[in-house]
Design a protein around this ligand. Structure first.
Ligand SMILES: [Zn+2]
Length: 459
């Protein structure tokens, strides 16, 4: 059915695509921005001046009800916590009495971890260290609360979602491959959003994007930093003075490199604010006015294990409860928490150096981070056991797949089509279905292996 919708959209004229997108936006908006969203937004506003003690109390109340919910609704947790006196889990410190949930356990028990499979939204999450797509389910409450966290944070930086004009630089599939017209954006009118396709944010087309932004004059911008960097480079190189100034630019889903930030801030004359990208499984992590990343205590608990791994309890995962989940070591929680100059009570976190989620090269579209090709495993979480991308030359990319029982040749065809859409038709893609993905001697598994970058460290 999703494929049918896609074909209808692909073959419609652009004006109709805008209508279809807005209708879809309208339908989604009703589910996304419902009563839970608004009441949570108000709650966050009311709590913004809490002192440390009040914040801790609120966090622990949320924690207790989250654990209770998981044990009542998830058969896995009922069994997992057998023998633990849950009445003794009252505080964040008490949480340590509960066992850690590993990635392996999550994968092997996922069906019994789900709490409400019938009324949930599916999101796929893949750890870069396992390459196994996991189908996480989220309740309506999870989705709306998460959005309220995001919009509350943006409001603190001056951007009011749904009321102000928003420009989003998105890697989602938006522009049909066969389109001849050089119009690489679409409108989602219902939420006052213009979506710019980052697939076309390359040197060849940046001038078109800049002139459309000039016409649209967004109040705020969000999206992939790598694409915004390309636009910003063009603006700065040609010394263009924009006729509008966004209140802020919010980067998502990719690492924000320091050079991206300075180039974007110079071009648009406004601050760039970053949000931690692995948002499906994490408590809400975002940047304050002083440029520090804080994790929001009201959205979960972060702990550091003895081995230095980050242990996550995320309150907005009711559909697939993550309690003391070992998410690996992508961020660091400072052991000695000194208070940030912004005055926030929420703890400061830092990216660790090894957070390169990986990228591959295309011949004509530059470097592409894994967010671009994540669609491949997101489309088939039930059919792919494990996936890996390897690039040894600029001309081709190898994709290794361990297929599940229901894997079919038509999936290979769709993957090939998506690779062409993402990387361009001027490359070849070798999709290999294997019993077991060969391991690279003595190296930890990586979802993305870019041997070109390894050989030419300057890239
Ligand atoms: Zn701060």
């Amino acid at each position: 059915m999703r494929n049918l919708q896609r074909r209808v959209y692909e073959n419609a004229p652009i004006f109709l695509q805008n209508i279809l997108l807005s209708l879809d936006g309208y339908k989604k908006t009703k589910n996304l921005y419902g009563n839970i969203y608004y009441s949570h937004l108000i709650e966050l506003e009311n709590k913004q001046h809490s002192n440390a003690e009040e914040a801790k109390q609120y966090q622990e109340t949320e924690l207790r009800s989250f654990i209770q919910y998981a044990v009542e609704k998830s058969s896995f947790y009922k069994e997992f916590y057998k023998g633990v006196d849950l009445s003794k889990i009252q505080t964040v410190e008490d949480l340590k009495k509960l066992p850690i949930l590993t990635k392996e356990m999550l994968k092997n028990n996922i069906d019994s971890i789900y709490t409400n499979p019938k009324n949930s939204v599916v999101r796929t999450w893949t750890s870069h260290k396992t390459g196994t797509p996991l189908k996480l389910l989220f309740t309506k409450e999870d989705i709306q609360k998460k959005l309220a966290f995001r919009d509350f944070y943006r409001k603190q930086h001056g951007a009011v979602n749904l009321e102000m004009k928003r420009a989003s630089f998105s890697s989602r599939w938006l522009i049909p491959m066969q389109q001849q017209k050089r119009l690489f954006w679409r409108d989602n009118l219902y939420v006052k959003q213009r979506l710019y396709s980052t697939h076309y944010c390359t040197e060849e087309y940046t001038a078109l994007f800049v002139s459309d932004l000039e016409e649209y004059k967004p109040d705020f911008i969000d999206g992939l930093p790598s694409a915004l960097f390309e636009i910003a480079k063009y603006i700065n190189k040609h010394k263009i003075i924009l006729s509008f100034k966004p209140v802020a630019i919010f980067t998502v889903y990719e690492k924000l490199h320091p050079q991206y930030r300075s180039e974007i801030e110079e071009a648009f004359g406004c601050p760039v604010r970053d949000q931690y990208f692995s948002s499906e499984i994490m408590p809400f992590i975002s940047e304050c006015v002083r440029g520090k990343l804080h994790y929001n205590l009201f959205s979960g608990v972060l702990e550091i294990s003895k081995e230095g791994d980050i242990i996550v309890t995320c309150f907005t995962t009711q559909g697939t409860p993550l309690i003391r989940f070992n998410a690996g070591d992508e961020i660091e929680l400072s052991k000695t928490q000194s208070k940030c100059e912004c005055g926030s009570i929420h703890p400061v976190v830092k990216y660790t150096n090894n957070i390169s989620a990986g990228y591959l090269h295309s011949k004509s579209k530059g470097k592409l981070t894994s967010i671009y090709f994540s669609r491949i495993w997101n489309m088939f979480p039930d059919s792919i056991e494990k996936i890996q991308f390897i690039q040894n030359s600029m001309d081709s990319i190898d994709v290794f797949i361990e297929g599940a029982e229901n894997y079919t040749n038509s999936i290979t065809e769709l993957i090939h089509e998506t690779m062409e859409y993402t990387f361009g038709k001027d490359m070849t893609f070798n999709i290999r279905i294997v019993e077991e993905i060969p391991s690279i001697a003595e190296k930890e598994f990586q979802l993305v292996v870019n041997n070109i970058a390894r050989e030419n460290k300057c890239l």
